[in-house]
Design a binder for this molecule. Sequence first.
Ligand code: DUC
Ligand code: ZN
Ligand code: ZN
Ligand code: ZN
Length: 473
Amino acid sequence: PQFDTVIRHGTLATASDVFAADLGVIGGRIAAIGTGLGPGAREIDATGKLVLPGGVDGHCHLDQPTSDGSQSADDFETGTRSAACGGTTTVIPFACQFKGQSLRDAVTDYHRRADGKAVIDYAFHLIVSDPTDQLLGQDLPALIHDGYTSFKIYMTYDDMKLNDRQVLELLSVARRDGAMAMIHAENADFIGWLTDKLLAAGHTAPRYHADSRPMLVEREATHRAIAMAELADVPILIVHVSGREAIEQIHWAQGRGMRIYAETCPQYMVLTEHDLHGHGMEGAKCICSPPPRDKANQAAVWDALAGGTFHIVSSDHAPFRYQDPKGKMLHGANTPFNWIPNGVPGIETRLPILFSEGVKKGRISLQRFVELSSTNPAKMYGLHPRKGSLAIGADADIVIYDPDRKVTITNAMLHHNVDYTPYEGLEVTGWPETVLSRGEVVVEGGTCVAQPGRGAFLRCDTPDLARPKVAAV
Ligand code: DUC
Ligand code: ZN
Ligand code: ZN
Ligand code: ZN
């Protein structure tokens, strides 16, 4: 046979085009796109299906230790298996430094966590929580050079938050060494003040999580992050943007010619603050930060997805079990909202929700779907065109997607290690059918058939998108 694998009669979709073609794979890479391709050792019939570049999830948390005693429910095996079953072929979780630890030691620790476990390819973002002179001057530049070309900065959380001076020092490193800085933009003091007032009034239920971080908390920090990026003269990415007021800040900055990128997540498209109410502790299942807002904010998120203010859609998969003293019930059946670990699972449902709510409901085009969920995250983090593209020579990371299959999401059908999904009962149209990673079929008929450990670590290039307007001197 001429090819290892030929995918025939599908509709190929990229960030720019939709067209009918066959696709041939040799040695794990895309070798031909055309009509009437020669025979393959393996032939896959994609009649009536979409053929897409595999999803790139640019924001997820796998096997990430916390300082509060809670535990990540997914490690690199269950997390990447769940991702693959949802049509994602590259994940970028975090290697998180805890205070006092060297950044290099954090990276070594996370490699140990991933080794032998991942079923799909992965890279790492860094999280800097302790920006010492040693880190700023040597460790971080060396790691950027070694292929860890993005790092996250937290403006809130006691164990992670950095002050404005520290953020500026880090942005200077991003500018000089060519890294993408990702910013969690919420005002820590506003949250602390509101939380204390709520608790003093006896308001401890999950729903008060939303009242402890209203939109203005995010709007103020988003504006400040943008101002710091302007001062340091470097592009930044604002992660998990939840609604209109933050979008307005980003749109304003973009209008002034600044390179401010933005990410949102499915939870801000389909959940609302009302999902934090529920009976008893049920609301804990939807506690994430920033919190889900309301219908008007969902509409603003969709407008910004369609209009171009957003660049990427990630899951922010942060897996904590519900009925678990190391999860949402960290302090028992009446855990106050401020002790409930923040985050929702969604690594497997990211593409189906964006496709169904976005493409099928006519809010975004199919090309825009591919761009937001695959091509742009690959570009944002220096993995393009190896990932996120259906180009000759690119890795054959491919999803054969059934655009018409109707699925009611239940936790029982998902492959993560979490005991709930916030999307229980959500009806979606479209689901991934077959998933290839570097030419190898890793998911077939809803089952992951890949060996743990086959996933490879990816060194990221310096992202073009992180370049300042005037080259550093
Ligand atoms: N920030 C994240 O990036 N993920 C989970 C929770 C949070 O606050
Ligand atoms: Zn965050
Ligand atoms: Zn209510
Ligand atoms: Zn996150």
